[in-house]
Write a protein that binds this ligand. Structure first.
Ligand code: ATP
Ligand code: MG
Length: 390
């Protein structure tokens, strides 16, 4: 029996006139997510997107798993395609669900008939299929209120589709629908989660990572690359920029007050990230800051970092507890990589007593007596670029 994946669209449905643009984007993202698994026909009809393999031997369970991470899909299911003939629907329902039905106690059949020319109405279809399944599986009972499994029979224009309960999709809106943003990514737990969250709102990502060799190792950079690979399952392809930051950090350490080191360093990160963001056509920056988590994440410190940016800075974790962030990190499988113990450039030269309420006028004064432009330019010129696929 042929199989397809049926994708139910989430918030896309609310987008009115933009709807078809969103659907096109979603279809493109679906193709991208599956490109190495075979050739697929992807089309939409009656507010459902259909994904059908055109090559043989495609592992449809793998396809289902992959599509669970595509933003814009609220629910999905793997369905068997059957001719619109009641005898065939009954026979195929018995075999198609043989991996599920022997292992549950109760079930219910739901039928939907969008092809009104089909000779039976929905309650009749439910009764007919229910009857053959009860005959075939002695363990089963009908429970219309709280069944272990719902067997869905959908009679559509071109065929009938039979499938069990839908599983939850990734939600959100299709990546790219909201434009682009640049994520400042460290090797920590927070920034990958921040990138994931903003991608879920339709942003495609450029990632900027600062390194300080020899204080930070090549392994630390590779760790960030691994994080991006995991994120790309959700966020789509990510342009990755690695910026050498040692010279700037050493200069800040030598020429600025120690208690302002962290805040001044963060301001340079923002300046340089904004340069690359503009170059890549991004409209915003993203960081993984959460209010009060560390000294550089107070209102005062955030005000000082924001003061160097023209673009809006999105901080999706700002009101979240670490525990909530960790739950998402585990879900998207970045947590175990994030906790590997490599140095981040933020932990190099950490001041003993960072100022938690930095005043912008003091910070500006502290930066004033150095001409930073050449150092900034060298960092920009020394950056390495790479594209990360899922
Ligand atoms: P994370 O868990 O993301 O490392 P954190 O709680 O450790 O965050 P900080 O080290 O203060 O917080 O960094 C705050 C934010 O600054 C990070 O979430 C990230 O967006 C950005 N950042 C920190 N280090 C780097 C880096 N080496 N390269 C790029 N961005 C960075
Ligand atoms: Mg960190």
């Amino acid at each position: 029996m042929d199989e397809v994946i049926l994708l139910k669209l989430g918030e896309i449905a609310l987008k009115g006139l933009n709807r078809s643009v969103f659907e096109e984007l979603l279809i493109k993202n679906v193709r991208l997510r599956l490109h190495d698994l075979g050739v697929f026909k992807v089309w939409r009809a009656q507010s459902t997107i259909y994904v059908k393999p055109e090559t043989t031997g495609v592992d449809m369970n793998e396809v289902l798993e992959r599509l669970k991470t595509v933003f814009g899909v609220s629910a999905l299911s793997k369905a068997g395609v059957v001719a619109k003939d009641m005898e065939q629907i009954k026979a195929q329902s018995i075999t198609y669900f043989e991996e599920i039905l022997p292992y549950v106690h109760t079930f219910k059949v739901e039928a939907k008939r969008s092809d009104k020319t089909f000779p039976m109405v929905s309650p009749q279809i439910c009764a007919a299929v229910g009857e053959v399944l009860l005959d075939a599986y002695q363990n089963l009972k009908v429970d219309v209120n709280n069944p272990d499994v719902i067997i869905n029979i959908e009679i559509r224009e071109t065929a009938a589709y039979i499938h069990p309960n839908k599983v939850q999709g990734a939600g959100g809106i299709p990546v790219g629908a909201s434009g682009k943003a640049a994520l400042l990514i460290s090797g920590g737990i927070d920034s990958p989660v921040a990138g994931y969250m903003m991608s879920k709102r339709g942003l495609s990502l450029t990632a900027v990572h600062f390194v300080s060799p020899p204080y930070t190792s090549e392994r630390a950079r590779l760790k960030v690359e691994d994080l991006l690979k995991k994120m790309a399952a959700y966020c789509g392809p990510i342009h990755f920029i690695v910026v050498p930051f040692t010279e700037l950090q050493e200069r800040i350490k030598d020429d600025c007050p120690e208690d302002l080191f962290t805040i001044i360093m963060r301001r340079f990160m923002m300046r340089i990230a904004e340069h690359f963001a503009a170059e890549a056509g991004c409209g915003a920056l993203i960081t993984g800051e959460s209010l009060g988590q560390v000294a550089s994440q107070t209102i005062g410190a955030i005000a000082c970092t924001d003061a160097v940016c023209d673009m809006p800075v999105f901080r999706p974790l700002i009101g979240m507890d670490k525990e909530e962030i960790v739950t998402i990190a585990r879900k998207i499988d970045t947590f175990e990589t994030s906790i590997l113990p490599y140095e981040d450039c933020c932990t190099v030269f950490t001041p003993k007593h960072p100022r938690t309420r930095p005043r912008l006028d003091f910070v500006l004064k502290a930066e004033e007596h150095v001409d930073w432009s050449e150092l900034i330019q060298r960092a920009i010129d020394g950056a390495e670029h790479k594209d990360i696929e899922g």
